[in-house]
Ligand binder design. Structure first.
Ligand code: SF4
Ligand code: SF4
Length: 360
């Protein structure tokens, strides 16, 4: 593997050549939150900011420790790979004939600064949308043309519990290059040919030798900042044995079924297909829209709602993340990013609730 040490100026150069070739998505501070957004200038990356997050709480403050001082953004890659609402087809009735226009877009995205938890989320989404009998062509095409710059976290927030959720701190999970900030310089590890091509375009004086122990030190130091832990040993079977626990009713009394958790979750992928027809019934627009297992009609089949109570919907969500997903895809559906904890208006914490259920 080729490795380079870049200065902040060289990192800016790398950023701008990626931006020249791709529709670049990167984090920025906008509307009071750190979020992935398009077409961000290098100077508008949220260097020097960090989030304070806890159950139902979010704020941003400045810090001057390092450049990559913030944690993962509040939104995730799914917002771009599977946007909340996409008009993908128009059907027109002209005389007695129907015409079909398809609007699927195959954007050439690059993502700058994807943390290890979100790379694992991408690995999970790939299993859902690509690695099955009927791959989603739009998702698959966008994924194949994507460029990803991974970045190692330097500090966890109070909601992160990624270390418990099989996040591999050594491999890149599909990133093209991986950056570790070391003493305000950047170790860049080149993982693919696409990554190599970009690095070759920067006038790097020479490939420098380096002490890789420094990178390990950064990762180990980061791990010491993760305070939240979930015991996942035999978790699937333990949760299956709690399927009729009265504790689900307690959770159902607290949960508002607002869907906030599923919207921010990087691995929640459920969507619906909706039709909007013109009043004269000559034009019909067809959309993908995000759906949620917390929606009242989500499990309605032939007017019969299989999950009428909120407790049933909460149980479905938690069980899918922590148990069913393992049977379906061979992995947890949760990457421990903590977004659902931060954005739950009634402070329901999936790590605490899962731990409680296993300990009952
Ligand atoms: S369930 Fe919560 S902690 Fe787990 S991946 Fe989704 S948002 Fe992150
Ligand atoms: S767990 Fe929280 S965020 Fe999720 S639906 Fe219930 S109230 Fe909303």
């Amino acid at each position: 593997m080729e490795r380079y040490i870049l200065t902040i100026d060289q990192l800016e150069e790398l950023y701008s050549i990626i931006k020249d070739e791709y529709k670049l998505i990167s984090p920025t501070l906008k509307d009071g939150v750190i979020q992935y957004s398009q077409n961000i200038d290098f100077k508008d990356l949220p260097f020097g900011y960090t989030q304070m997050e806890s159950a139902g709480f979010y704020t941003v403050k400045t810090t001057d420790d390092c450049y990559f001082s913030y944690i993962r953004p509040y939104n995730s890659l799914k917002q771009f790979l599977r946007p909340p609402k996409v008009n993908f087809m128009t059907v027109r009735r002209i005389d007695n004939n129907l015409t079909f226009e398809y609007h699927l877009k195959y954007e050439k995205y690059a993502f700058f600064d994807v943390r290890r938890c979100d790379l694992k989320a991408l690995y999970i989404l790939d299993k859902v949308f690509i690695e099955n009998k009927y791959p989603d062509i739009q998702y698959k095409t966008v994924r194949e043309n994507m460029f990803i710059v991974g970045v190692n976290c330097l500090k966890a927030s109070d909601v992160c519990f990624c270390e418990s959720m099989d996040i591999n701190f050594e491999e890149g999970y599909g990133a093209d290059i991986f950056i570790t900030e070391i003493d305000k310089n950047f170790l860049v590890e080149v993982l693919t040919e696409k990554g190599k091509n970009f690095l070759n375009k920067i006038k790097l004086k020479k490939q420098q030798s380096m002490n890789l122990n420094k990178k390990e030190e950064v990762i180990e130091k980061f791990k010491t900042t993760i305070k939240k832990k979930l015991n996942t040993e035999n978790l699937k079977d333990i949760l299956y044995s709690k399927i009729d626990s009265p504790y689900w009713e307690e959770l159902g009394k607290r949960c508002l079924s607002c869907t906030s958790c599923t919207q921010v979750c990087p691995t929640c992928f459920c969507f619906d297909i909706r039709e909007e027809n013109s009043l004269d019934m000559k034009v019909s627009e067809r959309y993908f829209v995000w759906d949620s297992c917390f929606n009242q009609t989500f499990a309605t089949v032939h007017k019969f709602n299989l999950r009428e109570k909120i407790s049933h919907r909460y149980r479905q969500w938690l069980m899918h993340k922590m148990a069913y997903w393992q049977d379906q895809f061979g992995t947890f559906g949760c990457i421990g990013c903590g977004r659902c904890i931060t954005w739950c208006p009634v402070k329901i914490d999936i790590q605490i609730e899962t731990q409680k259920l296993r300990d009952l």
